[in-house]
Ligand binder design. Structure first.
Ligand code: PFF
Length: 451
């Protein structure tokens, strides 16, 4: 961390900054394709239950740890209990895994934005456009590099205030735009089928994988278990309502994800008849299906361009918070200047990200545990490392530091209504869930169980 410790202006500043980090590609790109793949309504239901229980517990814990210690993750655990210092370090590894592949997808967004701005809506809507694009050796890497440079430039200049301000204006616009596009999508002939699939839980589609996928998504979407919320908590003023802020961040984050799914999943039904194959498209869903929606709209070119500008902005505020975490870690450990650290971390991201990007083209024969490179890094961070960090956080606070420390911090200015429930979640329910998830994730990856 930098030597001087800024604080957010107040509750709203905090909520928007944290929401800027939380609302990103995870909401707009990842949530819809997971919901499509894992049975629609049942996935949403599981996700919502997890968000208000597990997500709430973990986010309160992380933000309170940050505010109580006034330190970012690496130092915060050390200060709370020396034996748990390694948890902070482990949490800091996660953004180093996520940032490169996050920026690869950021590059795809830039490419689509340019495609729409230059009026090539028809091409973008063609079936093979996306597949052909990511399989190219050089082009996706160039867009990815542009995206990394954009992110790094902001981190070097440190225009956090500008970003914060912009997110207070652009995030609400994003919501309005999603609502408009949603309205259009769900009123297309044939879309109702998709709306039903998305909203009505089909309990026969429920499996342990649904929980695993929803839980991984929860960590990812709320920027949990990687030190970000601890760092942000350390910038939070003592008189800001902690519990209320967490509720608002969660609500905003979940709402954007929900709407993004409501926009994309019914579109799959309109344009591909809701076939299993189309629903299982995974990562490419946003880039394949949405352009078709835009093409069929009157002002599709302009709306598409506006949409991808906002996706880009949502992605940038998130990747900036990711890079910021990496950089502050390196500055802390190696005492480099901010500029030097940013440049060197950016070079690392460029190298690893380029390899991930090539994983869709020349390197597509490279499979780790049967997964392509991007999927592998996604799996490693979301299904393995983040549950481990979250589990250790629960054990550290629940049994060593004791939940009282967190409750006291929350209660500094407002009553902690769910205190009993929180303590139960932290000490018992969350650790059990996390252990099950870990066992399941590893078993699945090793091929011990089939889903
Ligand atoms: N929460 C972001 C998203 O949903 O896109 C991604 C992310 C940002 C994850 C920052 C982690 C993080 F620290």
């Amino acid at each position: 961390m930098e030597t001087k410790r800024d604080t957010f202006s107040g509750k709203l500043g905090f909520v928007f900054a944290a929401a800027g980090s939380a609302v990103g590609l995870g909401n707009l790109w990842r949530f819809p394709y997971l919901a499509a793949k894992y049975g629609g309504g049942i996935f949403i239901l599981v996700y919502l239950i997890l968000a208000v229980t597990l997500g709430f517990t973990l986010m309160i814990t992380e933000i309170a740890i940050g505010r109580k210690t006034g330190l970012s993750a690496a130092g915060a655990f050390q200060k709370l209990d020396k034996r748990f210092g390694f948890v902070g370090a482990l949490g800091c590894v996660v953004p180093f895994i996520i940032t490169p592949y996050y920026c690869v997808i950021g590059g795809w967004v830039v490419k689509y934005l340019v495609t729409f701005i230059t009026g090539q809506v028809g091409q973008a809507a063609a079936d093979s456009y996306f597949g052909d694009f990511i399989a190219k050796p050089a082009e996706p890497v160039i867009w990815f590099a542009i995206y990394v440079i954009l992110t790094a430039a902001v981190v070097i200049i440190g225009v956090q205030k500008g970003i914060e301000k912009a997110s207070t204006i652009l995030m609400p616009i994003l919501v309005v735009l999603i609502l408009v596009i949603c309205g259009f999508c769900v009123t297309r002939p044939g879309a109702m089928e998709g709306v039903k699939y998305y909203l009505l839980p089909d309990f026969s589609a429920f499996s342990a994988t649904t929980i695993l996928a929803a839980m991984g998504q929860l960590f990812y979407s709320m920027s949990l278990a990687m030190g970000i919320m601890i760092t942000y908590g350390s910038y939070m003023k003592k008189d800001t309502d902690l519990r209320g802020s967490v509720r608002q961040i969660e609500l905003f984050d979940t709402l954007v994800a929900f709407l993004a799914g409501l926009m994309i999943v019914p579109s799959v039904f309109v344009f591909s008849g809701g076939s299993e194959e189309a629903l299982n498209k995974g990562p490419s869903l946003m880039f394949v299906t949405l352009p078709k929606v835009f093409e069929s709209m009157k002002l599709g070119g302009i709306i598409g361009a506006a949409f991808f500008i906002l996706v880009l902005f949502a992605a940038l505020t998130s990747s900036i918070s990711l890079l910021e975490t990496n950089v502050s870690m390196v500055c802390d450990k190696l005492h480099w200047s901010r500029k030097k650290a940013t440049v060197i971390v950016a070079v690392y991201i460029l190298v690893l990200g380029a390899i991930v990007s090539l994983g869709f083209g020349p390197l597509d024969f490279v499979k780790i545990l049967g997964l392509g490179l991007l999927d592998f890094f996604d799996f490693l961070s979301n299904s393995v490392l983040m549950p481990i960090v979250a589990l250790l956080t629960c054990i550290c606070i629940g049994y060593f530091v004791k939940p009282k420390a967190i409750c006291d911090e929350v209660e500094i200015n407002k009553p902690f209504k769910e205190k009993k429930f929180y303590i139960f979640m932290l000490k018992y329910a969350a650790p059990v869930c996390l252990v099950l998830i870990l066992i399941f994730a590893v078993s699945e990856a090793m091929g011990w169980i089939k889903v």
